[in-house]
Design a protein around this ligand. Sequence first.
Ligand SMILES: [Zn+2]
Ligand SMILES: [Zn+2]
Length: 157
Amino acid sequence: MNPGSRLIGYFRVSKRDDLYTCEDPQKLESFCTKKGASIVSTESEVSAGNQIVRVGLWKALRKMLCSQCEPRQMPMLNQYEDWMRELNKSCSCKSAKPCDGIVVTDMRAVTTDMAQGARFTLDLCAAGKHLVSLAEEKCLSCCNPQAVAFLRKSILP
Ligand SMILES: [Zn+2]
Ligand SMILES: [Zn+2]
């Protein structure tokens, strides 16, 4: 992430009551302000973290692709690969204003499954989008030399 980066905030809680007391939005905001980045909007949801295919995360990622439009409805899909393919389809509007990535307090906001988290990180890296984690204080995807090197190796013969 760089100063001027436009990001979508995302956080997840396990109980509905926590949605209103969760301090993640303030944490995301102050971190980004410190780094000179901005949060265009924030998505949240009540969910367990083991299933990555879910509506709030879908909305956050769609807003990353176009911050102008309301995200289209999430198609009924179970497979991560299909879901990611749908996510990457560009917005149907002619004035899509993409953001540069998403920001979370911790990778566990996205998924509690490490293998799934690694795939997601690489997918964002391939898309050239930041996945900023406050826990690591940096982007884990496109600005991460290890993720970039891994992708290069897996794409090139
Ligand atoms: Zn759009
Ligand atoms: Zn990055």
